[in-house]
Ligand binder design. Structure first.
Ligand SMILES: [Zn+2]
Length: 69
């Protein structure tokens, strides 16, 4: 309900889960960003997946940083 809706609190990426291979969702909770698998419900550190960053994740992170400033 607050502010713009140009970016969401989560975004679907194409980065495969390390556990099951399904695409991960990137989730922002307060000031913490993490990767979550909707399939096996495992959470992962963003840093573990940052090397595999795709367009969706990059765009999402830009939103996070814009929000902080
Ligand atoms: Zn998984």
């Amino acid at each position: 309900m607050w502010g713009s809706s140009r970016w969401a609190r989560s975004a679907q990426t194409t980065i495969p889960c390390k556990h099951c291979g399904n695409p991960l969702t990137v989730v922002r909770s307060c000031q913490v960003v993490y990767m979550q698998c909707e399939h096996c419900k495992k959470k992962g550190e963003l840093n573990d997946y940052i090397a595999q960053m795709d367009d969706a994740l990059e765009e999402f992170m830009e939103g996070v940083y814009c929000d902080r400033v």
